[in-house]
Ligand binder design. Structure first.
Ligand SMILES: Nc1ncnc2c1ncn2[C@@H]1O[C@H](COP(=O)(O)OP(=O)(O)OP(=O)(O)O)[C@@H](O)[C@H]1O
Length: 211
């Protein structure tokens, strides 16, 4: 279970998140909300990239008290991935594989399933937005996280890549991984629908705040 308790986050005194309690059992969740409602902020807090008030734990492992163990349990692909322009995709894959304990066979499989070509040998500064997105998604699937956070994963992907990603998410979920997905794409159309998807609404991110 992913559990958030007393989460509060503000920017320049402007409150963005206020979540007294949110408990998520394993599953696929679609986090829906308007632009600026705090979805990416929540993801960054869950991924340990942004400080804020409150407690977050996965399967009882506390983000604050057991940060190394916690980070093995959660991966994150941001909405608009940014990498240092001089680093190659292969260097990032190698680094993330060592940190997240993913093997070369796993990387090869994700690479094949997302149709990621040999372009990862080149510096990321030379990639198109879709190529950057695919690299970011590949990195998020490395290791054995209990949860994968995908921020607008279908944006900038062509239709075929969207389908391939959809199948990869479904298969990984069947193997036991949970997902939270933000998407302005409709995840209830036949092409992008997941079996048994749960919804998180923006009101759940702002219990005490005017929405
Ligand atoms: N680093 C920051 N400094 C100041 N304000 C920020 C920062 N990051 C986010 N915000 C503000 O926090 C609010 C929530 O932003 P966030 O990016 O989490 O929204 P979102 O729900 O992901 O939006 P979108 O659907 O447009 O991606 C916005 O008002 C935004 O201006």
């Amino acid at each position: 279970m992913l559990e958030l308790t007393s989460i509060q986050k503000s920017f320049n005194d402007k409150p963005v998140l206020d979540i007294p309690l949110l408990r998520l059992d394993p599953g696929i969740y679609w986090l829906k909300g308007a632009n600026g409602s705090g979805k990416s902020t929540l993801f960054k807090m869950l991924a340990g990239l942004l400080p804020g008030k409150g407690e977050i734990s996965i399967q009882g492992v506390s983000q604050l008290k057991q940060p190394v163990a916690y980070r093995q349990l959660i991966n994150h692909s941001p909405a608009e991935p940014v990498f240092p322009a001089f680093i190659t995709g292969d260097e990032l894959i190698s680094f993330v594989s060592s940190v997240k304990k993913g093997g070369p066979e796993q990387v090869d499989e994700i690479r094949r399933r997302l149709e990621i070509g040999n372009y990862t040998a080149n510096p990321t500064g030379s990639y198109s937005s879709g190529m950057l997105k695919k690299l970011s998604l590949l990195l998020a699937f490395i290791g054995q996280p209990a949860w994968i956070l995908l921020d607008e994963p279908f944006t900038t992907l062509d239709t075929q890549a969207q389908q391939r990603l959809h199948t990869l998410i479904s298969d990984r979920h069947k193997a036991g991984t949970s997902f939270i997905i933000t998407s302005h794409h409709d995840l209830e159309t036949p092409d992008l629908k997941f079996d048994g998807v749960f919804r998180i609404t923006e009101t759940q991110l702002k219990k005490e705040l005017p929405v």
